[in-house]
Design a protein around this ligand. Sequence first.
Ligand code: APR
Length: 239
Amino acid sequence: MTNIRNIMILTGAGVSAESGIDTFRDSGGLWEKHRVEDVATPEAFARDPELVLRFYDMRRAAIQTKQPNAAHAALARLEAEWAKRVPGGTVTLVTQNVDDLHDRAGSRNLIHMHGEHLNAWCTACDERVPWRAPLLDRPACPACGVPALRPDIVWFGEMPYRMEDIYGALREADLFVSIGTSGAVYPAAGLVRGARDIGARTLELNLEPSQGSAWFDEARHGPATQVVPAWAEEMLSGG
Ligand code: APR
């Protein structure tokens, strides 16, 4: 792939699947075991906060026992080495994932558009604070002391984070790569069309064709820990 300076990468749950974190819509996925309406909307939190807090406490504890995999590592390496190969070139990583595996793998130019498990958000003082412990027992906010902490997760019906930054990076992209996402949830699923509109090349790396696969110039199907390192190596070696 020549003439590529700025790369924008969108990841989803599939990139963390081989680290042992459930995806949402695959067989045996989270949304088969839990109803979105019960655990992932502001209405659900108002109706039954205990059910919602218990769900996220379980997931927050689980991700702390998982490790980044070869796909996370390859993306961090690509970011670290791309500017050496293409002076002034950028790699922007936008993730829908709320785990911290990209962060722990070393990705830095990283946007968590759906929030983060390891943060809590105080609905009294609007502070976001690093948080690893359960929230079920309604602990006090470290900033204001009010027991008004909720998971810092973008629930259905809420606006994703940093959309201005995401669209800004998209406008500069020469290559848009989607990894491990089903393309079921907007606005993330619409980014590929935005990329096409500005003339960027589009590539899908996924276990199987996603709902948006028709929008991609190229697709490579297989487990992320295989297709992502191979693709990153190809980019860094000028293939
Ligand atoms: N390697 C590559 N891709 C994989 C792997 C793997 N090992 N395992 C699964 N996949 C692919 C699946 O084929 C599927 O297309 O990852 C995708 C996972 O899709 P979803 O479970 O729908 O997850 P995602 O696209 O990230 O969901 C988007 O929906 O539930 C909300 O807010 C939540 O961020 C999430 C959003």
